[in-house]
Design a protein around this ligand. Structure first.
Ligand SMILES: *[C@@H]1O[C@H](CO)[C@@H](O)[C@H](O)[C@H]1NC(C)=O
Ligand SMILES: *[C@@H]1O[C@H](CO)[C@@H](O)[C@H](O)[C@H]1NC(C)=O
Length: 245
């Protein structure tokens, strides 16, 4: 995978950096959007809740991926897949670029991040949440039907699915205040791996689970980072939020 700033750094570390800087710059300056004081306060409340949910989702995405690797239900197959992938660099790149949300194109460089507007970021978050809505529903259905699937995996998939909907509601409310012209049903990339997820061939099915959990985990980290980043832009001077880069 081409190294992406957002995806390769741990969002936790970046946030620490952001937070550390906040104490150096206590001056609150102009908001990144044109809104009244009341609207800004409402937005801050919405972002407070949104960041709690996105943080929880990122944790769950990581924990589910980890569980797939450690639980005897899937650990052997997942380990074989990773060994297999690592035989060829091309395979790794191909696999990692096959995530259905790749077209959303999260900014990858500092320059890109600075060039992306608040509204563009919001649109990316919306598209990502919409892009995962159906796949997550399918994941829960398929895992529920999969013999031997442990509760420790299923429960995390269910929790992520529920929180994806919650966060989507918050983001829609935020968007309606920032720019109602952004359509609620913004175009988003469609996931098309259901056949593999339902495959009778265990190897195909588990490879689909492998990729699903990989892409999901990566996107949930990016989402958490972006939601926190936008909250920072809303609360503080731009330079404070960008200074982590
Ligand atoms: C902000 O919005 C107000 C009223 O909607 C408008 O008069 C003003 O020109 C806008 N300012 C900017 C910088 O867009
Ligand atoms: C944030 O979450 C709390 C607890 O669930 C809720 O009481 C509050 O109304 C939420 N705030 C907004 C702005 O929705």
């Amino acid at each position: 995978m081409p190294p992406s700033l957002i995806q390769s750094c741990s969002s936790g570390a970046l946030l620490m950096l952001l937070m550390a800087n906040l104490f150096l710059w206590e001056k609150v300056s102009s908001a990144p959007i044109n809104a009244s004081e009341t609207t800004l306060n409402d937005l801050k409340d919405l972002f407070d809740n949104a960041t709690v949910i996105s943080g929880k989702m990122a944790e769950l995405g990581f924990a589910m991926r980890k569980e797939f690797f450690s639980n005897s239900f899937s650990s052997d197959i997942f380990t074989n897949i990773i060994l297999d992938l690592h035989k060829s660099k091309e395979n790794i790149i191909k696999a990692f670029n096959s995530c259905h949300t790749v077209p959303i194109n999260f900014p990858e460089t500092t320059e890109d991040i600075r060039m992306t507007s608040f509204e563009e970021f919001l649109k990316m978050i919306l598209q990502t949440l919409l892009a995962w809505k159906d796949p997550l529903q399918h994941l829960v259905t398929e895992l529920s039907a999969l013999p031997g699937c442990p509760y420790s995996i299923l429960s995390k998939a269910k929790a992520i699915e529920a929180k994806n909907k919650d966060l989507l509601e918050y983001i829609k409310r935020i968007i309606s205040m920032v720019n109602p012209a952004i359509k609620e049903n913004e175009d988003y990339p469609i996931w098309s791996d259901l056949d593999s997820l339902q495959a009778a061939d265990k190897e195909i099915q588990f490879f689909a689970l492998y990729m699903f959990s990989f892409c999901l985990r990566s996107d949930l980290e990016s989402l958490d980072f972006l939601v926190n980043f936008l909250k920072c832009l809303l609360l503080y001077n731009d330079n404070v939020c960008y200074s982590g880069f």
